[in-house]
Design a protein around this ligand. Sequence first.
Ligand code: FDP
Length: 334
Amino acid sequence: MNSPFSHSLTMPVGTTLDRYIMQRQLAFAYATGELSQLLRDLALAAKIVHREVNRAGLIDLTGGMGLQNVQGESQQKLDVVADIRFRRALTNGGEVCALISEEEEDIIYTGNNQGKYVVAIDPLDGSSNIDVNVSIGTIFSIYRRVTPIGTAPTVEDFLQGGHEQVAAGYILYGSSTILVYTTGHSVDGFTYDNSLGEFILSHPDIKTPTDGAIYSCNDGNVDTYEPAIQTYLTMCRRKEYTARYIGSLVADFHRNLLKGGIYLYPPTSKNPDGKLRLLYECYPLAFLAERAGGKAITSSGSVLDVQPQYLHQRAPLYIGAPSMMNELTQLLRA
Ligand code: FDP
């Protein structure tokens, strides 16, 4: 029957994140729904943080707290708000027994010792961009706990290594808000529709281009990079690649993932071990990059192969399109 309404009024809105998660769960015979619930809890907190980011300038949410986090970086008000929002959603959801956050030195116990999962999270990445309306993000990594269910989780649950991640993702609060995640199969992106209050599947099965022509690093640090990296960057300039650096890891990563590019945060004189945190920045993005056909390395080889030693460990990160990564790897090995 012909609809009496114009096509635009009756067009499908697309697949919501909730429905997608449910469909994926049904595809796995022994899935119990706990990971699905956990992903929904993260999405709920993401919606709230999206709201706060969008009205920050109106509700006294810009500026610093006057405090420093465990990394010795000054905490912004939105850092703290995002930390509380994600922590609360994961605690109330019941699936997570503990989490670690960039904003807290120690393990955060949720009190749900029956929970099967632990989460490592950077609640708001790119803090220096918060007050100037530049894109910022959230990065998360999910593990099945290794300590017995019913007992108190320990640091061992978080130091399993990158290959043990069961899911990883990020939320980019940019010109639109997008949630991208993988459970180890496809990498899928869901754009937030404000009017519906739903994340809608907009970027199914993301594959990064094999080749790329964008390079992203903090040019101000280049003189302190090791010679192989400097040679690589000289090569990028010679080939007239495009330099793009937002200074928010999630935003730089997302652009390069879609368009093809490489992101570099090498050791610098200020951060001799690299600046980015292994557990809640490097591992999750490496997991996503590899599942999307890209590569991620650190000074010693594959990021996912690094055996973590402590919770807030830092690591150099080179991540992006496979052909660009191969060129860089050759120079680092030479
Ligand atoms: P920020 O310090 O603003 O939180 O993870 C930290 C991070 O941002 C990344 O998001 C970003 O890519 C990088 O640091 C920027 O560091 P530089 O200012 O040293 O370039």
